[in-house]
Design a protein around this ligand. Structure first.
Ligand code: SAH
Length: 204
C-alpha cells in the first residue's frame, strides 16, 4: 500500500509514509471488508460512512505537517484510522464523531491497535472543542460547504486546518494557515468525502 499507492504517487514525507506503514488498517475496517483493507479505496464502516482512502489520509497528514507533541483535533472519527495515524506521528489527538455507535467502535479499534491515548468525543465537530483549544492542527475528514470559521478560530497563530471544501459530491482539499492577515488558503487536490453534517456543515 505504502509503496504503490503513496510513494509512487506523490507522498514524499517519510514520517507520514512510516506512520501509514505502522498502523494496521485491517483493524479499522469491519470483518467483512478485511480482505480489502489495503486497497486504494474508501470502504464502508456502517451508518452510511466510510474509512478514508489511505492516499487521502497521507495527504491530510502531509498537509498538516504534524510534529511530535502537537495537539491535534481530528473531526469525523469514523473508524479511528486517521486519528491513529496522527497519534503514530507523535501528536496528542482528540477526535470528534457525531454518530455515537461509530465513536464506540472507533474506541475499540484504537484500543485493539494500541492507540488508547487517543481521546474520542461524541458531538458536532463543526463547533470544534473550545474547551480544548487552541490546536496546532485540525484535520477534517468530511466535506464542508465553506471554510469552517469556528474551527479556524480554534487554531493557534500559525496553526493549520486541512478540510475538504466544496459541494456534496466533489471537493478540493484545502490547507488553511491561521495568520495575522486572516486565513491563508492553499488549494490542494480534488477529493470526494462524505458530507460534514452539523451547524457549520450541510445541515442535519
Ligand atoms: N477519518 C475517518 C473518516 C470517516 S468519514 C476514518 O479514517 O475512518 C467521516 C466521518 O465524519 C463520518 O464518520 C461522519 O459520521 C463524521 N461526521 C460528519 N459530520 C460530522 C460532524 N459535524 N462532527 C463530527 N463528525 C462528523
Amino acid at each position: 500500500m505504502v509503496e504503490h499507492q503513496l510513494r509512487r504517487r506523490d507522498i514524499v514525507d517519510e514520517d507520514v509514509l512510516r506512520a501509514l506503514e505502522r498502523v494496521p488498517r485491517e483493524l479499522f475496517v469491519p470483518e467483512r471488508e478485511r480482505r480489502r483493507a489495503y486497497e486504494d479505496a474508501a470502504l464502508p464502516i456502517g451508518q452510511g460512512q466510510t474509512i478514508s482512502q489511505p492516499y487521502m489520509v497521507a495527504r491530510i497528514c502531509e498537509a498538516l505537517a504534524v510534529r511530535p507533541g502537537w495537539r491535534v483535533l481530528d473531526v469525523g472519527t469514523g473508524s479511528g484510522y486517521q486519528a491513529a495515524v496522527l497519534a503514530e506521528l507523535g501528536a496528542e489527538v482528540v477526535t470528534i464523531e457525531r454518530i455515537a455507535e461509530l465513536a464506540e467502535q472507533a474506541r475499540a479499534n484504537l484500543a485493539a491497535a494500541g492507540y488508547d491515548r487517543v481521546d474520542v468525543v461524541v458531538g458536532d465537530g463543526t463547533l470544534g472543542l473550545p474547551e480544548r483549544a487552541p490546536f496546532d492542527g485540525i484535520a477534517v475528514a468530511a466535506a464542508a460547504p465553506e471554510l469552517p470559521q469556528t474551527l479556524y478560530e480554534q487554531l493557534r497563530p500559525g496553526g493549520r486546518l486541512v478540510v475538504p471544501v466544496g459541494g456534496q459530491r466533489a471537493q478540493r482539499l484545502e490547507v488553511i494557515v491561521r495568520s495575522p492577515e486572516g486565513p491563508a488558503v492553499v488549494h490542494s487536490v480534488p477529493c470526494r468525502f462524505v458530507p460534514l453534517v452539523g451547524v457549520e456543515g450541510f445541515g442535519r
